[in-house]
Design a protein around this ligand. Structure first.
Ligand code: HEC
Length: 160
């Protein structure tokens, strides 16, 4: 009786350790390795990389349109573009969400929220305030790019 209770405790402990490891990997560190250029390499499939890079290009295209509209004093268009980008949420599978480190997810969501804020500022009608806020927002872009890159799972780079 006592022996089997001990065994059960052992099984519970092993299961708890496995669960803790999964939570740590899935929620915090993601599927990452150090990269050869001092960034974090996030290992994803080719399709996942293609999808996220598509989202990235939408970011850049929106910023291009916002910059042009701001220069023309067309802040209504800026408000529409920024609000739309803020509301957009990329269609990510749970598997991809698990591969992204927590800082990446936090910064990604924060960037969308900053677009929403920019929309509110644009409605206020102050072009200079829009430019200042856009500059701040783009710090999210540059800091995330400075720290992260995507590497395709199973490639030579992924096993370095
Ligand atoms: C949470 C992290 C993160 C944020 C925030 C982020 N990016 Fe990226 N972006 C990445 C990563 C990672 C890559 C891939 C870099 C690599 O593999 O070298 C990338 C790639 C890109 C690319 C290249 C797309 C292609 O087709 O190759 C563009 C353009 C881009 N980002 C624009 C932006 C802009 C503009 C913003 C801000 C509005 C932004 N990104 C915010 C992480 C981010």
């Amino acid at each position: 009786m006592l022996k089997s209770a001990k065994f059960l405790w052992l099984v519970i402990l092993v299961l708890l350790a496995a669960l803790a490891f999964m939570v740590k990997t899935f929620i915090f560190t993601g599927n990452t390795i150090p990269s050869n250029d001092d960034r974090t390499a996030i290992l994803v499939t080719e399709q996942e990389r293609t999808m996220i890079l598509g989202e990235m290009r939408k970011f850049l295209e929106t910023i291009q349109s916002i910059t042009e509209a701001t220069a023309k004093g067309d802040l209504d268009t800026v408000a529409d573009l920024a609000t739309e980008m803020g509301a957009e949420s990329p269609d990510m599978s749970p598997s991809l969400v698990g591969k992204l480190p927590i800082e990446f997810k936090t910064l990604g969501f924060a960037t969308h929220a900053l677009f929403t804020d920019l929309g509110v500022t644009a409605k206020g009608g102050d072009a200079n305030a829009v430019q200042v806020e856009l500059g701040d927002l783009m710090l999210n872009c540059t800091s995330c790019h400075a720290d992260n890159k995507f590497v395709i799972e199973g490639t030579v780079e992924a096993s370095q």
